[in-house]
Design a protein around this ligand. Structure first.
Ligand code: G3P
Length: 212
């Protein structure tokens, strides 16, 4: 399973680069980060990781979206163009995918959207599990359904579990065989931080110091 860091923060990418295969970003996190020249940060991130770096288009109409997607790919070879699972987004996906551009179909909330993303040649489709859980649905059931559909029909589109809220999402994604997951840095930290590991290490160190 590919692990992506869901961030636009260069220091976080640098800190965790040994654990991650790529990075995903979205417009909200770019605004929140307060970055003036976000494209420069994206470029630095692309130099730090060897895998895909997803950057999302802001436009919502086919022509603008397509042009924006093409511009985004110029940042670096590793760019994966992130497009919404909408009528226009899916068509742009078809167009870009057919010319070899890597695509990530985002804001996926139903198996039918994922099916169309696969039909349009998407490299990744991103079901937002946390946002579904937030409204009382089961985000991981959507992941399971999409994986089943892709397996039955032999689609190569990879399921990228997004909107991850907790460690359980990571474990379930891995158990279900998701192709990829994107995690915020605090969840990635939880993947290696365990209180019993820390306590155990403290005890080993304490005992070692007592040796004669
Ligand atoms: O990058 C997309 C996604 O991971 C957003 O997560 O927490 O805003 O639902 P969230």
């Amino acid at each position: 399973m590919e692990i992506f860091l869901d961030t636009v923060n260069v220091s976080e990418v640098s800190l965790y680069r040994d654990f991650i295969d790529g990075v995903t970003t979205n417009p909200s996190m770019i605004v929140k980060s307060g970055l003036v020249d976000y494209k420069a940060s994206i470029k630095k991130i692309c130099q730090l990781v060897s895998g895909p770096v997803s950057v999302e288009v802001i436009s919502d109409k086919y022509d603008d979206m397509l042009e924006e997607g093409k511009q985004i790919t110029k940042i670096h070879n590793n760019i994966c163009v992130k497009l919404p699972c909408t009528f226009d987004g899916l068509q742009v996906c078809k167009k870009l995918s057919s010319s070899g551009v890597s695509t990530n179909l985002t804001l996926c909330f139903s198996p039918a959207q994922a099916l169309l993303a696969a039909k349009c040649g998407a490299t990744y489709v991103s079901p937002f599990v946390g946002r579904l859980d937030d409204i009382g649905h089961d985000g991981m059931s959507l992941v399971e359904e999409i994986i089943d559909i892709f397996e039955v029909h032999g689609y190569e589109t990879r399921v990228l579990v997004a909107s991850v809220r907790n460690l359980q999402h990571v474990i379930q994604a891995a158990m279900l065989g998701a192709g990829a997951i994107t995690v915020p840095s605090q969840i990635l930290k939880q993947c290696f931080d365990h209180p019993l590991t820390i306590k155990g290490l403290e005890n080993f160190t304490k005992d070692w110091k007592k040796r004669k």
